[in-house]
Design a protein around this ligand. Structure first.
Ligand code: COS
Length: 395
């Protein structure tokens, strides 16, 4: 992205021609391939494996991973631009893409050994296999350090036992990064990350969640019953799991912010179109201030979200060189963009009136899909906690 001196309206933030090309490629793919199937998959709740495979062929499943490890070798801005376009068409595809890129590939690329990269990153970043991430448990959500699952070292294998919940992509995932307690007395410093292969004995899937939105993204429990994980599949050292989980969630939150932006834009564009056409009391409804002010607020919040997301993407890019954390930027982007998605989807339903409530239009889907962005990968309350602690110097 190039930042130049601009008009009275402020600096011009101009995308490079390469970024424009990536955005256009993602937009064309999303509008041509995903828009036509989004409603069908939302209704069935089936995992859209065929279109996910196509996204892999397009390089969307490991955008920031170097080509030698199966990825597209692009930067974070390319990732957020592509993800926004995918989510504008269908947020469920976006969830699968975000989890694959931010939570699985990023974790293995950043913390994995060369052997782990060859075995797990290459197939997942290229989109041939699906990756997932599992931190949450039935009694451990926001309070991630209180997990009950256990991993006990026996010879050169860890024996994993426990129940993990709300694992996105789990019904289809080939590999899942699972966080488990190796030393409960050490609390968060006793958590370790493991790469679990879902075709091995001791691994099974529990109930699939009947969700309000992003219904095609596939979310289930996973059960580990004496699952034997070879030491070479441990990600980084014992006790590093909580830090890995948090570092990876920083990347994930930029992804969810981009997803939220895509949903907000879809809701906004449909609303503008409707407000231009629909008439009431002898005029276009967009001419009523009650509607036009809603549209103004939607647009303003969308553009503010975009700036926060680009700022977070640039901070992440910089961190590849400096190693500096971008927790603050990621949390602010996620908080603001997800609340913008909810605001815009809510306004879009209202602007469309009865048609906004009908399954004949995708507006009600945007409304259902938007809600999760305020919940997963850290609720809005957790983002406020993270931001305020950092600003107050408490962490
Ligand atoms: N990057 C690197 N390190 C981080 C970090 C980050 N973003 N956030 C925390 N840490 C480190 C801290 O530096 C601290 O390190 P030390 O062990 O060296 O002291 C350690 O992790 C513990 O941090 P903290 O004391 O802040 O942990 P808390 O238990 O208070 O919890 C919150 C922190 C609540 C922010 C964390 O548990 C969280 O993000 N929860 C939400 C989890 C979530 O998003 N779940 C959804 C899962 S995916 S659907």
């Amino acid at each position: 992205m190039v930042i130049t001196e601009g008009s009275n309206a402020g600096p011009n933030l101009t995308l490079t021609s390469e970024h424009e090309m990536i955005r256009q490629a993602a937009r064309d793919f999303a509008q041509n391939e995903l828009v036509p199937i989004a409603t069908e998959f939302d209704e069935s709740g089936d995992f859209p494996i065929n279109s996910i495979r196509k996204m892999g062929e397009m390089g969307f499943m490991g955008i920031e991973i170097p080509e030698e490890y199966g990825g597209a070798g692009l930067d974070t801005l390319s990732y957020v631009l592509a993800l926004e376009e995918i989510c504008k068409a269908d947020a469920a595809h976006g969830t699968i893409m975000s989890v694959n890129n931010s939570l699985f590939c990023h974790a293995i690329y950043r913390f994995g050994t060369e052997e782990q990269k060859a075995k797990f990153l290459l197939p997942v970043a290229s989109g041939k296999c699906v990756g997932a991430y599992s931190l949450t448990e039935p009694m451990s959500g926001s309070d991630a350090a209180t997990m009950r699952s256990r991993a006990v070292l026996e010879g050169d294998e860890y024996v994993l036992n426990g129940r993990k919940s709300w694992v996105s992509s789990a019904p289809y995932a080939d590999y899942i990064i699972v966080f488990s307690m190796t030393d409960p007395e050490k609390m968060h410093r006793g958590i370790t990350a493991f790469i679990v292969e879902t075709d091995q004995p001791g691994f099974s899937r529990g109930k699939t969640e009947p969700k309000l939105g992003i219904r095609a993204s596939g979310t289930s429990e996973i059960l580990l019953e004496n699952y034997r994980c070879p030491v070479e599949n441990r990600l980084s050292d014992e006790g590093q799991g909580f830090k890995i989980a948090m570092v990876v969630l920083d990347a994930g939150r930029i992804g969810i912010a981009s997803q939220a932006l895509g949903i907000a834009e879809a809701a906004y564009e449909a609303s503008i179109e409707y407000a231009r056409q629909r008439e009431a009391f002898g005029q276009k409804i967009g001419e009523f201030q009650g509607i036009s002010f809603k549209l103004a607020d939607m647009k303003t919040r969308i553009e503010a979200s975009r700036l926060l997301i680009y700022q977070a993407a640039l901070a992440k890019e910089k961190s590849k060189v400096t190693g500096a954390r971008y927790t603050l930027e990621a949390s602010m982007a996620k908080l603001y963009a997800s609340e913008t998605a909810m605001f815009c989807a809510h306004a879009a339903v209202q602007i469309h009136g009865g048609m906004g409530y009908s399954k004949e239009l995708p507006i009600e889907r945007y409304f259902r899909d938007a809600k999760i962005t305020e919940i997963y990968e850290g609720t809005s309350e957790i983002q406020r906690l993270v931001i305020s602690r950092l600003e107050l110097g408490l962490r």
